[in-house]
Ligand binder design. Structure first.
Ligand code: SF4
Ligand code: SF4
Length: 637
């Protein structure tokens, strides 16, 4: 490249970045802009559009006549615009902010795209021009710099949601995997995923800290999650070979368009919304970030070689069972579990800092360790030498059923027996509040807030949800037994099932790979811990049953305090709707229930620190103490 070319390419790009950033800044910071001022800003953008447009026109066919035509078009249009600006046209008139904002956004995007097209034509030629231009560093880097400079000029010190997520959002624009050849592809995919997870954490944490949002915070949160979902679906389709990777540039255009639309129109608002009063909005938001995360998890798993793209695409053509396999491969795959681990772990760690009760804090910390061990390590990375030992992980024992193969039933029975015994001794909390992935997801700061949207306490113990709960409990447990039996008969060849999948594995995938996340995304409408309150989880139902007949119970240290208590905060705090605790404390001094999972929110909430959680350890200690007392009494007689 000769020095003149370098000067024109880099100088042109730098000039455009500064000019666009200044136009955006001036437009954003001016109040009551007049039409004439807007015309000057549009003139700057229009000059760039015609300049790059004319250059592209010439570069497509580099003939002398094209060169003259390009120069003529560029100069004529700029002269016409200048004449317009020199006349009295539009003097003293105001602008329509929506229309002018849209015009600015469209023109900025056009200028950027035309610059990408011009430079791609100059450097690489006209083949696959549009897609290559969108993925070109000459489109991506100037676009990122313009957004960054205009943000720094205007949003410094901003305290709202947009100001908070804009820096990582802008940074993320840089990580187009197809922009550069070689190792950039993998690193940019991983970097982009980390940044997206960071943005989601920032949004959830912001919502936890601000129960009342500005009205436009709500738009930002819904818009950002929708854009992320679109971008991640495009990435997933590209990983599966259904779309060319080059399409990612188009997704970035949507990303930039959304950013500009918010940047240009974003103003502090007086109107505020308590997001806890908007269950549908929050459910849509959660569903969108879940879609983005599931797709992102799939992309990471495929990129790291944990999932086979060929097998995954093939499953899509195998009817309903194939679709179930496809979705659960994404939601149970290591990429997704690691990502969720980081995101949820952040919120759980924040909650661990907020709780007062030492046992609750210890449980939250243990829960993070359990997730790493059970949710991530055991389910995806257990070395074959350890996988020889069954029942090491809870996924109904399926993951470690190798040595018992082909009789999955044995693995399931063993896992149920071991965990049932543990629940008998320590309560269902050893699953539902500790080792189950669900526990980890329900107990972070933001998800804990959700229980205020649909407090389970408003559900009467004999109400509809209770009836659904009881009916599902009646259906789920027998269905598990029937499917386990079918699995066994199928494996010994007594019946021939044409499912293409063992029925127990199918049950596991439907329950924990699909239904769980569906219920999770709908938690603003159905309430948190809906796996417990609606009773659809056979695994939890079984363990709760064992906990109910076992040693586990809540004990009031002094029932007389409950008699005088006016707050009844314990009942209000329970995420699974145990509202009759106070009465039970008064009459029997303790509380036992099929829906009590020892989450400990009541312990945390009681203003008199009057609740203790008891399990086999307390019973043993108590009995040992009684025996000791009896032996002392015996000796003294
Ligand atoms: S009910 Fe099932 S999904 Fe919910 S926490 Fe318990 S074991 Fe996990
Ligand atoms: S346990 Fe605490 S909050 Fe619940 S009724 Fe007794 S004193 Fe009140």
């Amino acid at each position: 490249m000769n020095p003149w070319s370098i000067y024109f390419i880099y100088g042109g790009a730098a000039g455009m970045v500064v000019a666009v950033a200044v136009v955006l800044w001036l437009y954003k910071s001016s109040r009551n802009m007049m039409l004439r001022t807007l015309m000057w800003l549009l003139y700057v953008l229009a000059s760039m559009i015609v300049m790059f447009g004319a250059a592209a026109f010439y570069l497509i066919n580099q003939s002398t006549s094209n060169l003259f035509t390009a120069i003529l078009i560029a100069n004529t249009s700029m002269i016409i615009w200048l004449l317009l600006l020199g006349s009295n046209w539009g003097r003293g008139r105001g602008i329509n902010p929506k229309l002018s904002g849209a015009l600015i956004i469209v023109m900025v995007l056009m200028a950027e795209l035309l610059m990408g097209i011009t430079y791609t034509l100059y450097i690489e030629g006209p083949k696959d021009l549009l897609l290559k231009s969108l993925d070109s560093p000459w489109f991506v880097i100037p676009m990122t710099l313009e957004a960054a400079i205009s943000y720094v000029l205007t949003e410094r010190g901003g305290r709202d949601l947009f100001a908070l997520i804009a820096p990582p959002w802008i940074l993320n624009m840089l990580f187009n995997p197809v922009m550069l050849p070689g190792a950039w592809f993998r690193y940019s995919l991983l970097a982009s995923s980390i940044i997206m997870v960071m943005i989601i954490i920032l949004m959830l944490d912001y919502m936890h800290r601000h129960k009342v949002l500005q009205a436009n915070d709500m738009h930002v949160m819904l818009g950002a999650s929708a854009v992320m979902a679109v971008m991640m679906i495009i990435q997933l389709a590209a990983s599966l070979g259904a779309l060319p990777w080059a399409m990612y540039g188009a997704a970035l255009l949507v990303d930039m368009g959304w950013y500009l639309a918010v940047y240009v129109n974003h103003k502090p608002q007086l109107r505020s919304i308590a997001w806890l009063t908007k269950p549908i909005h929050v459910a849509v938001f959660l569903s969108l970030i879940f879609i983005a995360e599931a797709a992102m998890g799939g992309v990471i798993s495929m990129e790291m070689g944990w999932l086979n793209p060929g097998g995954l695409s093939e499953s899509l053509s195998q009817g309903l069972v194939g679709i179930i396999q496809f979705i659960s491969a994404l939601t149970l795959g290591p990429g997704f579990m690691i990502m969720m681990g980081i995101e949820m772990g952040w919120l759980v760690a924040a909650r661990a800092l907020e709780v007062h009760n030492a046992e609750n804090r210890a449980r939250l910390i243990l829960m993070m360790v359990s997730y790493a061990l059970y949710g991530v390590y055991a389910s995806s990375f257990l070395p074959p030498s350890l996988a020889r030992y069954p029942y090491l992980e809870w996924s109904m024992g399926l993951g470690t059923a190798g040595p018992l193969s082909p009789y999955l039933l044995m693995a399931v029975l063993g896992t149920y027996a071991i965990n049932g015994a543990a629940s008998f001794l320590f309560g269902a909390r050893q699953v539902c509040s500790l080792t189950c992935t669900a526990a980890y997801m329900w107990q972070g700061t933001f998800y804990d807030d959700l229980k205020m949207i649909k407090p389970t306490r408003i559900t009467p113990r004999k109400g509809v949800i209770r009836r659904i709960h009881d009916a599902l409990m009646m259906i789920m447990m027998p269905s598990l037994i029937v499917l386990a039996l079918l699995s066994y008969l199928n494996q010994i060849g007594y019946v021939k099932l044409a499912l293409g999948l063992d029925p127990l594995v199918l049950l596991y995938l439907v329950s924990f790979g699909i239904a769980w996340y569906l219920f999770f995304a709908l938690s603003p409408i159905l309430g948190t811990y809906n796996c417990v309150t609606y009773g659809w989880c056979h695994w939890g139902a079984f363990n709760r049953l064992m906990g109910r007949i076992g040693f586990f119970k809540l004990v009031a240290k002094d029932p007389s305090i409950c008699i005088k208590c006016r707050t009844r905060d314990c009942a209000r705090a329970c995420p699974t709707g145990n509202s009759t605790m106070p009465g039970s404390f008064i009459t029997s001094g303790h509380y036992k229930s099929l829906t009590c999972i020892g989450v400990g929110d009541c312990v945390e909430a009681c203003p008199y620190d009057n609740i203790e959680i008891h399990d086999v350890r307390h019973s043993l200690r108590l009995n040992a103490f009684r025996e000791l007392l009896a032996s002392i009494n015996g000796r003294s007689r």
